[in-house]
Design a protein around this ligand. Structure first.
Ligand code: FMN
Length: 286
């Protein structure tokens, strides 16, 4: 589904919202959200994921579950969640697709908040019921956010330093991971890179590192030791990577910068980063 407003502006506008007005969606809005969920289903690595709009009161009535968020979310009557089969890049595709959905929700003036840790996986699994092997890397509440930010939410934001982001010099590099790239060196790609910098990430750890070579932007993970794994298959820092990919690609599309996701790490090796994920080849057409 196409964005009708600037996605670059939506990326700047989005922030995690944890407090909601108890307003129910009317039929038109429910249909709009369901159409959105049905149109954003296949990630850049080919995983197909169906996301569902879940109404809390129906979940309680029909499935006897509370959709617990350990007190992190208040007032939300709706959530969006999906399940994916574990496998290579399943977490990245989940991050890419749900972030794209969340930017569309921002365009509809709806609040959302990535939840990868503070939600009951078993409550949501009971509703989605895609099979015992499927994983739910994260979910989001969705609704009309309250007009002001209650102190409880302000404390959570302060705890995660949610309003700050790492400097360019810590995230983006030129040719090797020892040489930071300047906005001038990045040229037309300064905006897509800045959109990655503004992306949400689990506990705001910002694990993405990107190195530019003459033909591509190579995306690597710099892991936070011991962080973000739930069981053997859920990996929140890979979800973060998928979110970064969506911001980069959507910004390139808006700016009419051509490119394509490829696997080619060009043998960049460095002790500065931990894992290669994907490259955006900016000489190829999408
Ligand atoms: C994959 C992922 C998982 C997250 N999990 C949680 C969570 O469990 N609980 C929570 O309150 N916030 C969670 N967050 C929200 C982050 O804390 C938030 O995105 C970050 O602090 C930046 O703030 P912003 O989204 O307002 O820009 C998560 C974010 C991401 C991307």
């Amino acid at each position: 589904m196409k964005f009708e407003t600037s996605v670059i502006e939506l990326i700047k506008e989005r922030r995690s919202r944890r407090s909601y007005k108890p307003t129910n969606f009317d039929t038109a809005l429910t249909e709009k959200i369901n159409t959105l969920l049905q149109s954003i289903t296949t990630g850049p690595f080919g995983n197909r994921i169906l996301f569902s709009l879940i109404e809390k009161s129906l979940a309680r009535e029909n499935h006897k579950v509370k959709l617990g968020t350990y007190g992190f979310i208040s007032g939300a009557n709706y959530f969006i969640a999906g399940q994916v089969e574990p496998g290579e890049h399943a977490n990245e595709d989940y991050g890419y697709l749900l972030e794209t959905i969340m930017l569309h929700l921002t365009a509809l003036h709806l609040g959302s908040c990535w939840l990868g840790g503070t939600f009951s996986r078993s409550d949501f699994a009971g509703i989605l019921d895609g099979g015992i092997n499927m994983i739910i890397p994260a979910v989001t509440p969705v609704g009309f956010a309250t007009d002001n930010t209650p102190w409880r939410e302000r404390l959570i934001r302060r705890g995660a330093k949610a309003d700050s982001r790492k400097e360019w010099s810590a995230l983006f590099f030129n040719d090797t991971f020892t040489k930071p790239i300047t906005q001038d060196d990045a040229g037309d790609y300064a905006v897509p890179l800045e959109m990655v910098r503004l992306a949400p990430s689990a506990s705001n750890k910002q694990p993405w590192r990107i190195c530019k070579t003459p033909e591509a932007f190579h995306f690597y993970l710099k892991r936070t030791p011991g962080y973000g794994k739930f069981g053997k298959d859920v990996d929140l820092q890979k979800v973060d990577m998928g979110i970064a990919m969506s911001h980069f690609e959507l910004a390139c599309l808006e700016l009419r910068l051509k490119g394509k996701w490829v696997q080619s790490n060009m043998g960049i090796s460095s002790t500065e980063v931990d894992e290669y994920c994907v490259s955006w080849n900016n000489l190829m057409d999408l």
